[in-house]
Design a protein around this ligand. Structure first.
Ligand code: SF4
Ligand code: SF4
Length: 353
């Protein structure tokens, strides 16, 4: 077993074979190209994944975050049949195959740890989330070409951070150095890979990792902002104006890998129904509207303040860490360019990103 402690190496030409092998035993999710977009989807073979070879090896990040794998946009919590007290409940079926999530970016893997804090709280584990999480092995690919809107290094992460993932691939040219950092990752790599990384490859990988952080040019003074007193942040005059251009469309929360808010609705049929959990953005007016008609966040000002301070301050107070990984998706996709980096820097007492 000693070789399991050493990193492996895999030739890029052998990735197809690796994914073929994984597909025999696991459900494999990998980045594929769909027009101009990169999406994470199930692939049935290495060829499937390699059709998106360009995507698999040279993408900045997927348009949507891969959080859907664990926390789908619509999730049936249970179904029921019958009426009144004569109800039969049916739990969702457990997935039969283990899943390998291949090619997640390190920022998104970190975001899974943040979702864990919400859905795997001791004694209050969410069964649907837990089942999917336990059933999944996350293989990340470190970022050698980060995007211009990536700011993970300002959010306690980095292009090769390992939190949340089970093993990480480092692109060293013709091949990858592959290192496991959990038991799940070690077991999987031990099953699938056999070539140990030589010293020269390890040296190259270490140099690439070191250089990658310097490629992140977008800097945000998040630490300073998060250390400011709660009341000072809450009462900041920035909230009087920053919301003005927000359309309340919810795009920023839908794309965000760490946003975890949801609503629960019943969809009824003639003889039963489904209880469904659906994503619900805090930028929507209905999110906090109460049955009486009162809304404690009646305007965009309160709603944008909630979104921003939740990321920067509230989770820092609750969990000791901000709930933004700096993936840049909200920056890229907001139709009116409301940029969280500028908001954080202004809160910190500086200017834009
Ligand atoms: S994406 Fe932009 S416009 Fe839409 S809710 Fe978020 S901040 Fe507002
Ligand atoms: S708030 Fe924006 S940058 Fe931060 S994790 Fe969410 S989408 Fe990414």
């Amino acid at each position: 077993m000693s070789h399991l402690l050493k990193p492996y190496k895999i030739d890029k030409k052998k990735l197809t074979d690796l994914i073929d092998e994984l597909c025999k035993e696991y459900r494999v999710i990998a980045p594929i190209r769909d027009g101009k977009k990169i999406l994470f989807e199930e692939v049935k073979s290495g060829k499937d994944a390699m059709l998106g070879r360009e995507a698999l090896l040279h993408f900045t990040n997927s348009q949507k975050s891969p959080k859907e794998l664990f926390f789908p946009q619509c999730d049936c919590l249970f179904s029921y049949e019958g009426k009144g007290s004569d109800l039969k409940l049916k739990e969702p079926e457990a997935p039969d195959k283990k899943t390998v999530m291949f090619g997640m970016r390190p920022c998104d893997a970190r975001s899974v740890e943040m979702l864990d804090r919400v859905f795997l709280q001791e004694g209050r584990e969410d069964p649907n989330y837990k089942r999917r999480r336990d059933n999944t092995i996350i293989l990340t690919i470190g970022c050698t070409k980060p995007g211009s809107t990536c700011f993970c290094t300002s959010m306690n992460g980095g292009p090769f951070s390992v939190e949340g993932g089970d093993a990480i691939f480092t692109d060293i040219g013709d091949s990858f150095v592959v290192e496991a950092h959990t038991i799940k990752g070690k077991d999987l790599l031990g099953e699938q890979l056999s070539v140990e990384a030589d010293d020269e490859s390890l040296k190259k990988a270490a140099e690439i990792r070191l250089k990658a952080s310097d490629l992140i040019k977008s800097k945000v003074n998040a630490k300073h902002a998060s250390e400011k007193p709660m009341l000072e942040l809450f009462k900041s005059p920035i909230w009087d104006t920053v919301h003005e251009k927000c359309l309340g469309c919810g795009v920023c929360t839908f794309f965000c890998p760490t946003c975890s808010c949801f609503d629960v609705v019943d969809e009824k049929t003639a003889d039963g129904g489904d209880r469904i959990r659906i994503w619900d953005p805090c930028t929507f007016p209905l999110y906090t509207k109460q049955a009486s008609g009162f809304n404690p966040r009646p305007t965009g000002k309160e709603r944008i303040r909630q979104r921003m301070l939740h990321k920067v301050k509230y989770t820092t107070t609750s969990y000791g860490e901000m709930s933004c990984v700096g993936c840049g998706r909200c920056v890229l996709n907001c139709p009116v360019n409301l940029d969280i980096r500028q908001v954080i820097n202004t809160l910190a007492g500086g200017s834009g990103a």
